[in-house]
Structure formats: C-alpha cells, structure tokens
Design a binder for this molecule. Structure first.
Ligand code: GDP
Ligand code: CA
Length: 336
C-alpha cells in the first residue's frame, strides 16, 4: 500500500514514526520484509524554512530527518543527539546569528550540505533525496514545493517578521493577525509531492499545526486540487485534545486566523472534500480522528460531511503512535 502523509515538524514526525511502525508490524504479520509491504511518502512543509547566516535552514524537514533516522535529541525534543555548539557560540560572538537561534555543530553540517547543493543548482527534492540517503528512514521525504514560500507573520502591533523570529524569539507571544507565505502565489507543488498524492492508496494529514505546517502545504496553488482529485481517501488527525494543543503554541496560530483551538473547528477549517465543487468548495477531508475526550463532536461533524471517529490521540511512544496511525488507516479503508 502507498501511504502519503502531509506533515510539519515535531508533531508530524511522531505521527510518521507511528505510520512506519504500523507498516512494519503489518508487514511482519504477513511474513514480509519490514519496509517492503508499504511505501510511505511524506509531503513536508517548507514554510518554516529560512535563510540564516547564509544558510538554508529547513526545520520541519530536519525534524523528520532526525526523528526517522534516530539522530534526534529525545530529551530536548528538537535537534540532533550528541550535539555540541562550538560553532554556534562563534557565530553569536560575531553577531552573525541571533542569540535566540542556536545552530548545533552537527546540525550546521546538514545546513551547509543543503546550502552547498542548492547553490550549485540542485533542486530541493534532490537535496531531500541526498540527505535522506545517509540513514535508513523507512519513508521518503518530499518537499511540498521547490519554491521558497517562507512564512511571515503580521503582528497586531504592525510588525512583519519571519515566522522563526515570531515563534522562536518571541515564543508566539506577540498577537498575530495574519500569516503570509511570501512567493506562494507563483509557487507550484513539487512533482514528487503531486505524484505521491495521485498514486496514494491512503492520504493522511498528520496532527501538525493546521496554520503554519499544513496551511502552507495546502496554500500552494494546485495542491488542494491534487488532493481533491486524488483517488485515495484523505483522513486527518486532530492536533488538539480536549480543546488544548498537545505540545507547543499552535493555539496562537489558530487564534490569529479565527479558528478555535478545538478538534471540530479544525476539521471544519480543513472542510469536507465531498462538498460541492461548483460552489467553490475547497475542502480536503474525507475523514477525521478526534480524541476520546472530544467524542461529543463526532455527530456534528458527520452532519457536516466529515465521518469522524474518537480514538486515543496521545502519541507517547512508538506503540501509541502506531495505534493512532492504524486507526487513521482503518478509517481510510472503511471510507474507500
Ligand atoms: P512543528 O512543525 O515542529 O511545530 O510540528 P507540527 O506542526 O508537525 O506539529 C505540532 C502540533 O502537533 C501541535 O499543534 C501539537 O498539538 C501536535 N501534537 C504534538 N504531540 C501530539 C500528540 O501526541 N497527539 C496529537 N494528536 N497531536 C500532537
Ligand atoms: Ca514547523
């Protein structure tokens, strides 16, 4: 089976690890080699990417790359394990990087490799392939687009800043009024992403930040059409449990675009794919998973054309993530 996942960084990575674990167990149960039964492709958000110290940084891609390869720092929850910061302190002493954004030495190696390849004219999807070839990932990471669509934030006090400055420096505490992906109007979905959507048997939207992780992917002209015309069912997983985001500050993003931090509100924001296209509908969802705490929203969402199931939504480890992935795949299969 070909499973395509739309994903952001840390939350998305936990989910993709679950999909990989589910696929390996399913293969084992059928006596097949671990990574042979299922083909997992991940369409990765590039909206978080930015230029810093002359380097192209890709936080969501790196989160997925480090998590799937086991190179991630599990205690910190981001970056690489066994990391040192000698170069970072030099860069900060020179004033080349701000004190609120530390680039670890091993991490810098990845950014330098990525930037060197990009500067020599290699497309981003090939850069992903090269970075992904170093460790066995058990999934193929694909950029949503080859074009730069860096997310910028317009704040209530009239500033416009790169998403990383708002998120990492200000910890999303300055109220935002809108998000802008500079260049997205002329961006196109990457060929590999379109292929992964068209060829999929199941399409899953990870429980990633709906605004700045999944939002930029869906905002690339042509991406919604690709999802709306795909033959595979599209099932999303709520990134919110009992009216709260699980990890991080995604509620600040939801508030800015006028969506409640609520599993049902997010489903309605993504909207049903089945809605009438002639009326300009842009929905992408065929099914939705909410937490058991949010089971009360199941009936209302069914009325809105989004078949919904309430399942355990906490991804604590590979087991709970795999169970969640299995629930998403089961719903997709039942919808097909
Ligand atoms: P980022 O790009 O690193 O911010 O990560 P993502 O956008 O992929 O994911 C962030 C979202 O993941 C947040 O909105 C969290 O609420 C959600 N999230 C994190 N852990 C869990 C979990 O265990 N279960 C669910 N359902 N959502 C989670
Ligand atoms: Ca991100």
């Amino acid at each position: 089976m070909q499973i395509t996942v739309l994903s952001g960084g840390v939350g998305g990575a936990r989910f993709v690890i679950g999909v990989r674990e589910w696929a390996r167990r399913d293969a084992a149960a059928r006596g097949l080699p671990a990574d042979a039964a299922h083909d997992i492709r991940v369409v990765v958000n590039t909206g978080d990417d930015w230029w810093l110290a002359g380097l192209r940084i890709a936080p969501d891609h790196d989160s997925l790359l480090y998590s799937l390869s086991g190179q991630n720092d599990q205690d910190r929850g981001w970056g690489r394990r066994d990391e040192t910061e000698r170069v970072a302190s030099e860069l900060q002493a020179w004033g080349v990087t701000p004190e609120w954004f530390t680039l670890g030495d091993l991490d810098l190696g990845v950014h330098i490799a990525r930037t060197a390849w990009l500067r020599s004219g290699i497309p981003l999807s090939e850069v992903y392939r090269r970075l992904g070839a170093r460790w066995p990932l058990g999934a193929t990471l694909l950029p949503a687009t080859e074009d730069e669509i860096d997310t910028h934030v317009h704040t209530a006090d009239g500033q416009r800043m790169h998403f990383q400055e708002w998120w990492t420096r200000h910890r999303a505490t300055i109220p935002a009024v809108s998000f802008e992906n500079a260049g997205i109007d002329t961006a196109r979905p990457a060929a590999g992403a379109l292929e992964a959507i068209a060829a999929a048997d199941v399409i899953l939207i990870a429980p990633s930040n709906p605004v700045v992780s999944i939002g930029p992917i869906l905002g690339i002209p042509g991406m919604r059409d690709a999802l709306r015309t795909a033959s595979a069912p599209v099932v999303g997983v709520a990134p919110v449990i009992g009216g709260r985001v699980v990890r991080g500050m995604a509620d600040a993003c939801l508030t800015a675009i006028g969506v409640d931090t609520d599993a049902a509100a997010i489903a309605r924001h993504y909207a049903a794919r089945g809605a009438d296209a002639a009326r300009g509908a842009q929905g992408v969802l065929d099914g939705w998973l909410v937490a058991e705490e949010d089971a009360a929203s199941v009936d209302g969402l069914a009325v809105d054309g989004i078949p919904t199931r309430a399942v355990p939504l906490w991804m604590r480890d590979a087991d709970t993530s795999a169970a969640l992935a299995g629930d998403a795949i089961a719903l997709a299969r039942d919808l097909r």
